[in-house]
Design a protein around this ligand. Structure first.
Ligand SMILES: [Zn+2]
Ligand SMILES: [Zn+2]
Length: 281
């Protein structure tokens, strides 16, 4: 089957590889979204890696589904306390070899309604991650730092629940409404904006780290009594919630390209020319 595979130089290219074999649930990939976390692995992940985890597929019995990407065991103390993404089982591969391929072995899915098309269905996984993170953001005036695709998902989810949302971005054409004063909470959606997020919130405010903030100055957190929270990835319950919510949100349209044009997709992502690129085998 065709797949985008990292070569010996850890750079992606289209290759003919062996399709996953039984046993297991083999599904045919219909679409797979390109995520910033995929792009970060290029040049680093092992040769032979197939990236892609925002997958819409068709099951052997003809159902259109969004695949679950990682899941906790559901019973350990971390899972029970709501930190499923830190469960020891969470790192186990669940979409094999990876979504940028014609076929994968899946370990769970949620069914898609007909009104959600294949390309839009790839938003279920990132939306589920955002829904899980948004649960930990206090309501009120919220600043989104980094208004790319994930920032837009946060904006849509927070506005829908009644928050006043502001958004800034290092690319001026992506910025939303800038904050008109201190905010109750900030959500960091892009690496590198940590200090901006910290200084935007009121004393006693909250900063949700949804991207690697590297090092942050802790004296301000102490003196201003800030709450800094991390959230990463989704849970199967949030995938279900995302399917239900997706048709009700106004979200940016994806740029859809065939798998053969992965290099172009990467360029559109890296330059910021496209908010979201979806690849179709
Ligand atoms: Zn992702
Ligand atoms: Zn667990």
């Amino acid at each position: 089957m065709l797949a985008v595979v990292l070569g010996p130089d850890r750079e992606p290219s289209l290759a003919d590889i062996v399709a996953p074999q039984p046993p297991g649930d083999l599904v045919r990939v219909l679409a797979c979204g390109l995520c910033g976390s995929d792009v970060e692995k290029i040049g680093l992940a092992a040769p032979g890696t197939v990236l892609g985890h925002e997958v819409v597929a068709s099951t052997a019995d003809g159902h259109r589904v969004a695949l679950i990407h990682h899941a906790g065991c559901g019973t350990c103390s971390r899972c029970v306390s709501g930190h499923e993404s830190t469960c020891e089982r969470f790192a186990e591969p669940t979409i094999v070899p990876g979504g940028f391929a014609e076929q994968v072995r899946a370990h769970g899915w949620v069914e898609l309604p007909t009104e959600v098309g294949d390309a839009l269905g790839t938003y279920v996984e990132p939306l589920a991650c955002v829904l899980r993170g948004a649960e930990r953001v206090p309501r009120g005036r919220v600043l989104v730092v980094g208004n790319g695709f994930i920032g837009r998902l946060f904006g849509a989810v927070l506005e829908r629940r009644g928050d006043t949302v502001f958004a800034i971005d290092r690319l001026p054409q992506r910025a939303g409404v800038p904050p008109d004063g201190p905010v109750d909470a900030a959500v960091l959606c892009a690496p590198g904006g940590g200090e901006v997020a910290l200084s935007a919130v009121e004393p006693g405010g909250t900063v949700l780290l949804f991207a690697d903030a590297s090092t942050l100055p802790a004296d301000g957190m102490y003196r201003r009594e800030l709450t800094v929270i991390g959230s990463r990835s989704a849970s199967p319950a949030h995938m279900k919630e995302a399917v239900a919510l997706l048709p009700t949100l106004a979200l940016p349209e994806p740029t859809v390209l065939p798998l053969e044009r992965f290099g172009e997709a990467l360029e559109l992502h890296r330059s910021g020319a496209a908010l979201k690129v979806v690849l179709v085998p």
